[in-house]
Design a protein around this ligand. Structure first.
Ligand SMILES: [Zn+2]
Length: 134
């Protein structure tokens, strides 16, 4: 992956995590380019399979492409930032990210998006006026 592609991915994402919408400016750890469908599962390294991810989301996602929906017990794919519309799967309740779909619910669970330290960081940022809306 060359620097031009990395910069394209960052700009396309407006320098925000495409899973939890944290801004790189608001986070202490450098964001990463994530293979939405991991290389392990034969995903490509083309822009259509790449997304910008905060360290926390990417570390929890790892090579996962699906998870177990805690509500139904069914295997459910993860949110795909290139194919899925964020607002159809997620909504905010204060600093907590809530799901609108099984895909949203499973993604929040696998990526640990509502980990206490992440919620507290979002709460602090929201208190000083930083928005997590698109
Ligand atoms: Zn994130």
């Amino acid at each position: 992956m060359d620097n031009a592609l990395r910069e394209f991915i960052k700009k396309r994402a407006n320098y925000c995590c495409e899973y939890c919408r944290m801004s790189q400016d608001s986070d202490i750890l450098p964001f990463q380019i994530d293979h939405i469908i991991s290389l392990k599962h034969h995903g490509s390294s083309e822009a259509t399979n790449l997304t910008l991810s905060c360290y926390s989301c990417n570390a929890h996602k790892g090579p996962n492409i699906a998870g177990i929906d805690v509500k139904t017990g069914g295997v459910t794919r993860l949110f795909h930032p290139r194919r899925d519309q964020w607002d159809k799967h997620f909504l905010w309740e204060g600093a907590y990210l809530l799901d609108s779909t099984a895909i949203g619910r499973t993604t929040i669970d696998v990526l640990s998006i509502n980990l206490l330290e992440r919620v507290e960081l979002r709460r602090t940022l929201m208190a000083i006026g930083i928005s997590f809306e698109a």
